[in-house]
Design a binder for this molecule. Structure first.
Ligand SMILES: [Zn+2]
Length: 460
């Protein structure tokens, strides 16, 4: 495995050098490159994926450029449910891949070719993502690009990276860090569901140079530092997956004297954007993906305006083509270039995920931020097909849709007990949780059918 990882890192480094050249191209050259790659991936999908062949019929010309905006968008639910028809290797079956994911806990390849990632995402339903080796190398190349833009060049002795994120070996960011744990950085993987005193202990021992994580968690660590319990001095701090508020940024700066780097990624396509050292917004990786900022009806919004969702087209994943996938994040493209001079445009105000965080009272009168991943026991339960957590005051009502043949005896009490234990560990004073089966969950038409995993009580 070590040799394979080294080969992959060499490939990713070569890709990153190539990406560095693209960043210096004039914008027109970058867009022409992007258009050629769109043509290639759309033609490949139309030829080799049953799903896209049907949806793109009559819309893909044999020669000349493809009109991406004329192709139908796909919502996340369809993207998850039609997995078997979307993949271009017809021997890949979702049931077998889910079994593989459940059995694998390290960076193991499926049939020696594919990396498989499963996530409960923010749609509440388990989703599968498959990357062949070239697609994974591109994804790692994108991660190295971030390292480079943030100034984290490989050095001797190796830099120490502490990653605090989702538990489980198949989560994307954990797979990336595991892939890099040879030659590049020394990696400490911690689960964000661990009790805070233990995370603090482990970090004090490890003394990381680089620390990526969810903003709510990194801000909580910054408060530990300000309180004197945590004693580390990371040179680079980065945040992703949630909205980082101005208050969180200020706490992080006060704790370590660094400006945190914001990253933006979606599991379907890897990293899409990251900040450079000017911190003016996140540079959009236009050579790896197309991000269309659109309104609720899928119409493009002008640069500078915040859309209701984005449509993501990945230019690299040939096994599971992702073409105009709707992601309900609210962003804007900055009409002005970054003063750093890179030709990648800036993405602003990722507002999408803030409402996925629930605030619950702790014992000392403060609020505890509860990230959706703390509901993992529900996501993992085999009996559960999909679920939604609805906050009412300081009570949480978990509505679950069960598999038709599931044996649900004792399930409600078991899940409520596991969730309460998780929340107590986080510092929530008296978790009030009820788990109730229901026939179906309401979907929001404004987000193209996306199910909100967590509905926070806006009165709080
Ligand atoms: Zn810049």
């Amino acid at each position: 495995m070590r040799r394979r990882k080294l080969v992959e890192i060499v490939a990713a480094k070569r890709i990153d050098s190539e990406l560095a050249r693209h960043e210096r191209w004039p914008r027109q050259q970058l867009l022409a490159y992007q258009r050629d790659r769109v043509d290639a991936i759309v033609r490949h999908a139309a030829a080799s994926s049953a799903f896209y062949a049907e949806r793109f019929r009559g819309l893909v010309p044999k020669e000349g450029h493809v009109d991406l905006q004329a192709l139908p968008a796909v919502d996340k639910q369809t993207f998850v449910e039609r997995f078997d028809d979307i993949v271009t290797d017809p021997s890949l079956r979702s049931d077998e891949l889910l079994a593989h994911v459940e059995a694998a806990d390290a960076d193991v390849l499926y049939r020696d070719r594919y990396r498989v990632i499963a996530t409960s995402g923010s749609s509440g339903r388990k989703a599968l993502f498959v990357y062949d080796r070239p697609a994974w190398a591109m994804l790692m190349g994108g991660f190295l690009r971030f390292n480079r833009l943030a100034g984290a060049k490989p050095s001797i002795p190796r830099r120490k990276l502490a990653y605090i994120g989702a538990s489980g070996g198949t989560h994307m960011s954990r797979r990336i860090s595991s892939s890099l744990d040879v030659g590049m950085h020394r990696i400490l993987n911690l689960s964000a569901t661990m009790p805070m005193p233990r995370i603090v202990d482990e970090l004090n021992r490890f003394q990381p140079d680089i620390m990526p994580g969810f903003p709510s968690l990194v801000a909580a660590l910054a408060e530990e530092q300000l309180a004197g319990r945590l004693r580390i001095s990371p040179g680079i701090v980065s945040t992703s997956s949630e909205l980082r508020t101005a208050e969180m940024t200020a706490t992080i700066k006060a704790a370590w004297g660094v400006d945190p780097f914001d990253l933006y990624g979606v599991t379907e396509s890897g990293m899409l954007a990251c900040e450079c050292d000017r911190h003016h917004g996140m540079h959009l990786f236009e050579d790896l993906a197309v991000v269309e900022v659109v309104d609720a009806d899928g119409r493009p919004v002008p640069d500078g305006d915040v859309g209701d969702q984005i449509l993501v087209t990945s230019l690299d994943n040939r096994t599971q083509p992702t073409i105009r996938l709707a992601v309900s994040d609210r962003v804007a493209i900055d009409p002005d270039p970054c003063p750093c001079g890179l030709s990648l445009p800036l993405l602003r105000s990722v507002e999408g995920r803030a409402d996925d965080i629930i605030q619950l009272p702790s014992g000392n009168g403060r609020l505890v931020a509860v990230h959706p991943m703390h509901f993992a026991p529900v996501a993992k339960a085999r009996e559960v097909r999909e679920f939604q957590v609805v906050q009412e005051g300081s009570a949480l009502n978990v509505r679950v849709v069960l598999h038709p043949d599931a044996d649900a005896r004792g399930l409600e009490r078991r899940l409520a007990g596991e969730l309460a234990a998780n929340l107590r560990e986080l510092g929530v004073a008296e978790p009030m949780i009820s788990v109730k089966p229901c026939e179906r969950l309401a979907r929001d038409a404004a987000t193209m059918g996306k199910l909100r995993l967590v509905v926070a009580d806006s009165r709080r």
